[in-house]
Design a binder for this molecule. Structure first.
Ligand code: 0GY
Length: 291
């Protein structure tokens, strides 16, 4: 299938970052797409991306100076987790995964994914990406995966947080928030909705957050200095519950693919000290995914 009209493929030759991640660094949010010939995209998908196979992901990991990946199931593969699991199976222990499942998932399938290194499921509330799933269904899924010691990753837009917060706090597992809760950067880090988000994390110690995707939120463009205060605030306030990742291959970027080297050079802007960098890139993801 051809890519969706206007779909922007990932950067063909990212720059080498100046920042060197500490040994054992984990890219805690990335995806694999296809290859379509082997792992077809799901019929119910909302976009058709370009192939972004595991070999390219692992080569980028090495080029950027990372050691491991967390591969998050993307909506273009919907509930068919085979491409993601195949990547885990061939990563020599250097990748863990987050799946997307429906209630019909069997215990055998959950065990298969657990054995491969899946440690969470993603609940996606972005309307342009997925169809609505009733909360009671998500609740039942969360209770099944809790037994495996998995967590829930939530992807939403901050404007919707007020109607989602009660559901999130009712979840029995660790809850990992994608992309800083996607704040509106134009409103500033002290906006009431961003402060409300910080209070949620303050109060609920089972909430973690990914300080990811400045390229999705920036108004100024690279090197994303306008987004850095949002990431830095999270690293300072929640130093042991924050993660970082590239989001390669950057689905649904509007005009230009981000340069992954520039994204890696954004890390010291949000985590200026060596101790913060080690927590963000090594200790936190290792605790959540490898212990
Ligand atoms: C992301 C963001 C996006 C897409 C997906 O599952 C997905 O298709 O996650 C997006 O378009 O915002 O997390 O990579």
């Amino acid at each position: 299938m051809p890519m969706s009209p206007g779909y922007v493929p990932f950067h063909p030759n990212p720059s080498k970052p100046k920042f060197r991640p500490p040994p054992g660094a984990v890219d805690a949010h990335c995806h694999v797409f296809g290859p379509e010939a082997k792992f077809p995209f799901a019929p119910e998908r909302k976009y058709t991306p370009c192939d972004a196979p595991k070999e390219k992901l692992f080569a980028l990991r090495d080029f950027l100076g990372f050691d491991k990946n967390i591969i998050v199931q993307a909506s273009c593969h919907s509930k068919d987790n085979r491409a993601m699991v195949d990547a885990l199976d061939t990563a020599n222990g250097r990748a863990k995964g987050v799946a997307f499942v429906g209630e019909e998932v069997t215990d055998t399938e959950l065990k298969w994914m657990d054995k491969a290194g899946v440690r969470g499921v993603r609940f996606n509330f972005i309307k342009r990406l997925v169809d609505f799933t009733p909360r009671d269904v998500l609740d039942r899924i969360s209770r099944r995966i809790e037994k495996l010691g998995w967590h829930v990753v939530v992807y939403f837009e901050m404007a919707d947080l007020h109607e989602l917060a009660d559901f999130f706090t009712s979840l029995p597992t660790i809850v990992v928030v994608d992309h800083m809760g996607t704040p509106d950067v134009g409103k500033g880090v002290d906006s009431p909705e961003n402060q409300r988000f910080h209070r949620l994390l303050d109060k609920h110690k089972n909430f973690w957050v990914k300080a990811t995707c400045p390229e999705r939120m920036t108004l100024a463009g690279p090197p994303y200095d306008d987004v850095a205060p949002f990431g830095r605030a999270l690293v300072e306030r929640f130093p042991d519950r924050v993660l970082w990742g590239t989001d390669w291959p950057h689905p649904n970027m509007k005009k230009v693919a981000p340069d992954d080297g520039v994204l890696v050079d954004y890390v010291p802007k949000i985590a200026p000290t060596a101790a913060q960098q080690k927590a963000l890139l090594v200790d936190n993801p290792m605790r959540l995914y490898w212990s």
